[in-house]
Design a protein around this ligand. Structure first.
Ligand SMILES: Cc1cc2nc3c(=O)[nH]c(=O)nc-3n(C[C@H](O)[C@H](O)[C@H](O)COP(=O)(O)O)c2cc1C
Length: 305
């Protein structure tokens, strides 16, 4: 019997796929739809203290190999989000609330609210590359990462995941800092800071000038980051970046991820991408003699040439 279920920091996932933060994660209805389509868990859009409209248009550019987005963390604000979490949970999968703040106090306060609203875990956005004063701007410093994780952890009984930026010299150092702060798991990676210029207009395409690159182009970076983090920390790692089929997911799992998140492929293919990935995983496991996902986690470390 092939078993796709995984235990992530005490959360029971029926399969190792999750909706990544920021795509279809703003309303309870859309999150429940994604859960019903087969995602093993749902991560909400990143939520801050106050409502935020985000950056001006154009804020997304489609590229042949992925997306460049500078949404700027638009969200309805924490107070308005409780009902969305409740509705999302009706989809039948654990709901992980993604939060962003500019100080450890702000993160802790948001985490407390999300737990009150019924979130099964929180994901700390320490990695968005296009919002001034938030995300990667504060999440590139290991001491800050540690302090934010520590304060959030103190406030909560539910698991705390730290989502890290690849735009740094050593993502393993950031993961170690998160682990020291008490994070129960690491999520890697957020988008990579990038820019596109339209020669005819002689100017950047995005109104914010810079954005975050996601999709197939960043998968080798994400897989490398997960591989390095897996060797550095003891807590579970969640892989994200350019996953759109079972083979992509397997790269992350074999690098050390206990589960994977999917963002851009949900944007381009719709929620059906989750059943495509899990179907492909079942087929691969049957053909290659694996009974559980756990048996494959980190296997690439022991089979180095
Ligand atoms: C349109 C868009 C919005 C995003 N918004 C968020 C967000 O609110 N919080 C966050 O942590 N990551 C956000 N991300 C990053 C994704 O969660 C993910 O880390 C990244 O896109 C890489 O995965 P992918 O290649 O599967 O998209 C966003 C990505 C996209 C494309």
């Amino acid at each position: 019997m092939i078993d796709l279920s995984v235990d992530l920091c005490g959360l029971k996932l029926r399969n190792p796929t999750m909706l990544a933060a920021g795509v279809l994660g703003e309303t309870g209805k859309s999150m429940a739809t994604v859960a019903r389509a087969g995602a093993g868990a749902i991560v909400t859009k990143s939520i801050g203290k106050k409502p935020r409209s985000g950056h001006l248009n154009p804020c997304v550019v489609e590229l042949p190999f992925g997306l460049l987005n500078a949404m700027g963390l638009p969200n309805p604000g924490a107070e308005a989000f409780g009902r969305e979490i409740a509705e999302a949970r009706e989809g039948g999968a654990p709901v992980i609330a993604s939060v962003f703040g500019s100080t450890e106090e702000e993160f802790a306060e948001l985490c407390g609210l999300m737990a009150k609203y019924g979130a099964d875990a929180v994901e700390l956005n320490l990695s968005c590359p296009h919002a001034h004063g938030y995300g990667a701007e504060i999440g590139s410093d290991p001491d800050t990462v540690q302090a934010i994780c520590r304060k959030a952890k103190k406030r909560l009984r539910i698991p705390v995941l730290a989502k890290l930026t690849p735009d740094t010299t050593s993502i393993a150092d950031l993961a170690l800092a998160a682990q020291r702060g008490g994070a129960d798991g690491i999520v890697a990676i957020n988008t990579l800071k990038g820019m596109r210029i339209l020669p005819e207009a002689r100017m950047p395409v995005l109104a914010n000038r810079v954005g975050g690159l996601s999709g197939p182009a960043i998968r080798p970076v994400g897989v490398r980051c997960v591989y390095e983090i897996f060797e550095a920390v003891k807590v579970p790692v969640v892989g994200v970046g350019g996953v759109s089929n079972a083979s992509d997911a397997l790269e992350y799992i074999m690098a050390g991820a206990s589960s994977v998140q999917v963002g851009t492929a949900v944007w381009s293919e719709g929620p059906e991408v989750f059943s495509k990935i899990t179907g492909g995983l079942m087929k691969f496991m049957a053909e290659n003699g694996f009974n559980s996902v756990k048996e494959m986690v980190g296997i690439a470390h022991s089979s180095r040439p």
